[in-house]
Design a protein around this ligand. Sequence first.
Ligand code: F6P
Length: 473
Amino acid sequence: MPRLLLVSNRLPVTVKADPRGVTVTPSAGGLATGLSGPHRSSDGLWIGWPGDVSKLKPEQLARVNQELAELKTVPVQLSASEVARYYEGFSNGVLWPLFHYLLHRIPIDVHDWDSYRRVNQRFADAVIAQYREDDLIWVHDYQLTLVPGILRKALPRAKIGFFLHIPFPATDIFRILPWREEILDGMLGADLVGFHTYGYLRHFAKSIVRTLDASFSIDRVPYQGRTIRLGVFPMGIDVAAFEKLANDEDVIAQVTGMREQAKGQQIFLGVDRLDYTKGIQRRLLAMERLLEREPRLRGRVRLVQVAVPSREKVDAYASFRRELEETVGRINGAYGSVGQTPIHYLYRSFSQKQVTALYRAADVMLVTPLRDGMNLVAKEFVASRTDGDGVLVLSEFAGAFAELGEAITVNPHDLDGMVAAYKHALRMPEEERRSRMRTLRERIQRHDVHRWADSFIATLEHMPRAEPLGDES
Ligand code: F6P
């Protein structure tokens, strides 16, 4: 296997500094676990941002850099202003809401494009500095859309892949972006551009036809003398790891504790980064409506909502948090009692073990994003249900919807439909729950994260090498 150069905004390890010292800890999450195998077996490098290292003393920084090098990672350091402008301002203030169709979350005046361009150039420079002939380069996600284009100019014959982890929006949404040509041209610097679903691929293809006047046939785009391939690679999770955790003694003990503590109440569960795309607000409103309309359920159901802090310095995230906490307060005020509250809202990070215990303790898992590239939480829940029980309620606007048809599906914009789905989940007979879960489990086991990474890499590896423009061959 050729050497793999992985490029993502965040490294699979995060550097954290506090008064007790500095630690380099592995990041959880699909990307880190899914690519760690190919990273290791190809003896490759991972290029990305290690987190804020600006406050480290020189000797601490030297030690951290040494540790990062041993882990075969190459840090791209970002200044505070680059984090504010490239990461918070443009990537998460503009591209994120736009690609998730939430236009009202975009600020009226955007200033951060130049920083986005400069930081993309710095990531590309870091790749160029490491590149050896025959390496495969795999660039990830919306923060780095310009990197393939920059690399193509500097390394015309390199094999470059790009994978978008979030939705690619419909053309009429995408073309709002003043920098639409640059972004498409950047992505088309790759030989292979991958998406989670065929819908996203189709949107991308239509955008290049409309914006760049390029053509498109089935899965090929002839562009600037090269042929770019588009592909659908639905990302999975490390199913075996979740199954192992789900059967861990500590986890089982935690599940028993949670069930005892719920005292016979049925447990609804939501686990999300605190992000306005995740549909948490509507999920709560549907619960409020359920309790309002079905007084017999008051005190008999609870919703445990984990909201993992995320992108807290982006204004839209801070205001969303305030809206959400107000809603939680209102519902608990109206339907709680001295002995119980309907919404258990937990604003913090949890370990993988704790989250797996929550998945196993839940009766009903609510995954109801307004829009989501894939949503791996839905798959983690299914993987954790080694007991074969549990109901998944899934939004039709999550990429995972294309694969998880046995879930109860909902449109999160239809509150009455959501209430009906909650009731359906509560009433579903055990036999039906188990039969749906069996099919869901078989599907995610077949399409796990290792298969996702291997199939993208194999497709890229077997593509013909691009010939530089003007080459006679
Ligand atoms: O879903 C897109 C994504 O960038 C993931 O790759 C990542 O785990 C998540 O969002 C969180 O992003 P951030 O790096 O901004 O915390």
